[in-house]
Design a protein around this ligand. Structure first.
Ligand code: LIP
Length: 295
């Protein structure tokens, strides 16, 4: 049995991949309904019987194989038991639940493993497109276990500022208050023309899943992803994949060069040859944020 102080990361990776495929079968055979879906906080914050069934299958399997490690999952989260430094599986059974109930093919299972709150193993699987992203800290990131990320490899173009950037953002499920104001004003400023004081970014995309947004930044098809409001289980797996593909994660608020896994606000930037332009792009992005994000 794995000792808590000496995890076998390759074995954990392979086991998580096998669980991701099992979860994918449940997701692909599901018949979710767009109406009548259980909502947590409001009509944009959904949970289905399938989210619970997938998490149940994953947590049961992990507890059986790795009884020494903690489990931190979206559907069984207890605010009295926050994430700790112990080796922990950090799991979102269905990330992109709104997509899932609408049949929009960008929902995934997100399986992370963190040690000392540092994302260490990550597996993200989108069963609609049969796309698997995975990484182990120090061992690179892969698409479908064979194509090394980023996709363009050494031919990847250097980052060249916000005007050339394709950026992932999400509306989230909180639709009022300070964070909502900050997000909406920032989206406006980023998109606005230069003559009107904006950054005139190339465009925005919302995949509807934090994990898949991070994987798209990791593979280099998106340049940045800015998020406020999601949780450790939304980002843990994608974070490892991003970092192993040469990307960086910083805080979603200015000056936070050392973001916390459970900090709930994040800015991800793709890799760039010799890291050219990465830090500059972070600073440029932060300079357009129009207020605080409070979590
Ligand atoms: C969702 C995220 C999405 C974020 C939402 C929500 P869920 O996760 O991945 O990107 O904006 O607030 O947290 O609820 O589908 O697992």
């Amino acid at each position: 049995m794995d000792h808590p102080k000496d995890p076998n990361l390759n074995e954990i990776h392979d086991f998580l991949v096998s669980l991701a495929f099992k979860a994918g079968d449940i997701i692909n055979n599901a018949l979710p309904e767009t109406n009548d879906t259980g909502s947590k906080k409001n009509s944009a914050d959904l949970v289905t019987e399938y989210d619970r069934a997938v998490e149940d299958m994953i947590s049961t399997s992990l507890k059986e194989k790795y009884p020494n490690y903690d489990f931190h999952g979206e559907e069984t989260y207890d605010q009295n038991r926050p994430l700790t430094d112990a080796p922990t599986f950090v799991v979102d059974p269905i990330d992109g639940t709104v997509n899932f109930v609408h049949g929009f093919p960008f929902a995934c299972v997100s399986l992370g493993f963190a040690i000392g709150k540092i994302p260490t193993v990550g597996v993200v699987y989108n069963p609609s497109t049969k796309t698997l992203y995975s990484a182990i800290k120090g061992q690179g990131a892969y698409l479908n276990r064979e194509t090394r990320l980023p996709l363009k490899g050494s031919n990847m173009e250097p980052l060249a500022g916000l005007t050339n950037a394709l950026i992932a953002i999400e509306w989230g499920s909180d639709r009022s208050g300070i964070n909502w104001e900050t997000k909406v004003r920032t989206f406006e400023k980023l998109g606005q023309s230069k003559e009107n004081g904006g950054a005139m970014v190339r465009s925005f995309r919302s995949l509807g899943s934090a994990a898949l947004n991070l994987c798209a930044v990791a593979d280099g098809t998106l340049d940045l992803y800015w998020e406020g409001g999601c949780w450790a289980w939304d980002v843990c797996a994608g974070w490892v994949i991003l970092a192993e593909a040469g990307g960086i994660m910083v805080d979603g608020s200015p000056a936070g060069w050392e973001p916390r896994l459970d900090g709930r606000k994040y800015l991800a930037v793709r890799g760039s040859p010799n890291r050219v332009g990465q830090k500059e792009l972070v600073e440029e992005f932060w300079s357009y944020i129009q207020g605080p994000l409070e979590y």
